[in-house]
Design a protein around this ligand. Sequence first.
Ligand code: HEM
Length: 378
Amino acid sequence: MDPDVIREVMTKYHTYHKSYKTSNEIAKMVVTGLINKEGEEWAKARMKLNPAFHLEKLKPMVPAIQVCSQNTLNEWKEMAAKGGGFCCFDVYPYLEVFTSSALARLMFDSTYTEQLKQTFLQLSELAFMGKLATNPLTLPGEKKEKGWSKACQSGLTGFIHARIVRENSNDVDRQRIIDDIIGQCKLFFFAGYETNSNLLTWTMIMLSAHQDWQARAREEAVQVLGNKKEITSEDLGKLKIATMILNEMLRLFPSSMEFTRLVEEETTLGGYTIPKDTLVTCPIIILQRSTEIWGKDAGERFAEGIVKATKGENVYMPFGWGPRICIAQNFAFLESKTFLAMLLLNFTFELSPTYVHAPFVDFTIHPQYGAPIVLKKL
Ligand code: HEM
């Protein structure tokens, strides 16, 4: 797989379209917002959304992410207290709740209320059905999904109304704005909760297996954060070991193994003629896992950043590449680093003997049998 060919596919977004066209009704409910747009329509929508994801705009969110992290860790502390300082459980579902609650902050500036939790649960049911709906056939159970879709729609409408009222923007065509925002919210939820919980889950699994790195990351967290009550984005910027670890996790377990694009007009690529209506797949996992390119393991590879680690080559794309690169990578890092640092300050952890290493791929790469981990309160 030639990295330059992948670069070409990912960069020329007018020629290589995201291939989310489907006649399946469930998939249509799931694939909404920015990801469903092409050409000028996409460019306009992306331009509107970009500022909300600039690092400067996101920095003030760190305290709210810290509260979400603390809530999850408090639950773990309670479990540990009952077990004499130890607990053992599958961390994956808890990390999904954590990432959902952080998204609630991002989207609605709201805590993770019971009502929002219900809406997100319905959305994740829809996402699950969406994964099954990768063929054009109508699946049994679709009627139920329509019910969920309606319920999500009305749940989200409530939260958006509350925010519009709070922000006093009552002088415009509300329904149009609301429909548009709902589409984006659904997408942010689908794109954001599983990707980030996967990243944190693999990080916990791998740091359990590599205690030396866990110790290094903890030492750094203690040095940078000590007993600080409130974490800032500047603190997070100093967590170099944590950043190296997260980069390596995204190399080994990228959420998307491959990117698929649809060629709508005949074109040429890498010396080949590609006929109209062909799907082109870029399997980035092959590049990111190539021992020829990367050697055997991470070592200190990411110590001086991604450009040095890749020697400037286009071989590392966990957030995609080109104009349609992930809009929220800054948010993903703020969220993951905050949680990881707080986790390291509160617990040591190792793999449960029941853990089975079985990376499983549907839309994302996650552990097929969960992530049972033994945590010890520090
Ligand atoms: C570790 C976390 C994440 C990873 C690894 C990740 C990965 C990706 C990748 C690979 C793409 C490009 C897909 C393609 O080109 O086919 C993408 C796009 C996107 N991501 Fe993320 N993502 C993460 C977190 C998030 C979060 C938290 C959000 C929302 C809050 C989000 C929202 C989006 C959106 C809206 C797009 C579409 C951009 C466009 O088409 O212009 N992602 N993401």
